[in-house]
Design a protein around this ligand. Sequence first.
Ligand code: ATP
Ligand code: MG
Length: 354
Amino acid sequence: MTAAYRIAVIAGDGIGTEVIPPAQQALDLVAARCGFTLHYDRFDWSCRRYRETGAMMPTDGLDRIAGHDAILLGAVGWPGVPDHVSLWGLLIPIRRRFRQYVNLRPIRVLDGLPGPLREPGEVDFVVVRENVEGEYSEIGGRLNRGFPDEMAVQEAVFTRPGVTRIADYAFDLAATRRGHLTSATKSNGIVHTMPFWDEVVAERAARHPEVTWCSEHIDALAAKLVLHPSSYDVLVGSNLFGDILSDLAAAIAGSIGIAPAANINPEREFPSMFEPVHGSAPDIAGRGVANPLGALWSAAMMLDHLGEPAAARALMTGIERALADGAVRTPDLGGTATTRELTEAVLAAVPAHP
Ligand code: ATP
Ligand code: MG
């Protein structure tokens, strides 16, 4: 019996709706070549829906996708709709309800992609971001609004189980790669939560003797990541630090248009979610020139997660060959190709017999 997977597809807004069809097309191609099938259920959850109905998704939205094998997301967000609407009305509820406490961002400087860096050597690392707690909490408030003594307080929440599980995930991942983990901290300035983070990471390190590790202050780490990106293997950071490192890392890779991301529920109680790092890009939306590679690479991560590594590898090979060949590039990569043309180039470069 051939495997069949059910995928919840949320294309979202702007170029999200332009890069998801190419991702599905690429998924179908490698699935056919590797002997399994994907069934897609499409959901129109978006800022467009918010403007029409007052909600990003229906009240039972999460229940409707809880049973799927994975979620493929384009991008949500649109000018005129406040960011907190798309975040708290869709992304954060999905991440929290489905316990997607790991946010994964692999970074590789692929052949044929001139990055901004001078250092030669292979850049290949992964940012593991804690995705559900930490600095992004609702706890806090504003006092004395509009008065000279106005103030705002925002609490960060770090729990022992929360830090333990993200540290364990990062150590385990490092063990499958080059065996080195860097933990982002700022214990010299943030004197309660960051020392706690450091202590828990150190405790977990003792259980992963096969991994060497170190702790670096986020400011120094940001600078070193630009200067010596090839010296990193796996980086782990809190919700805020991981967020910043992820975007920094995407820029190192050459274009935000190719960067992939995964929101993982490692226990597999719920679907994990795969999405390109980029947003809805209103400035280029509707013109058919969005770079589809971030969505395609995210789709490859989804295949890995579903337990189809050969298909994932085949799709990545298509991406790598198309980029290295260099003939077909979207404007963000310095070319004039359309989304469709770059997608076709990848599809043509996928190995015939994965
Ligand atoms: P968000 O708040 O949703 O993250 P944003 O405004 O921060 O959105 P993006 O929507 O990612 O960021 O756009 C940032 C810039 O990168 C824009 O100029 C956009 O056109 C460009 N960009 C983003 N994604 C792509 C892509 N896939 N192909 C080409 N250009 C892109
Ligand atoms: Mg952004």
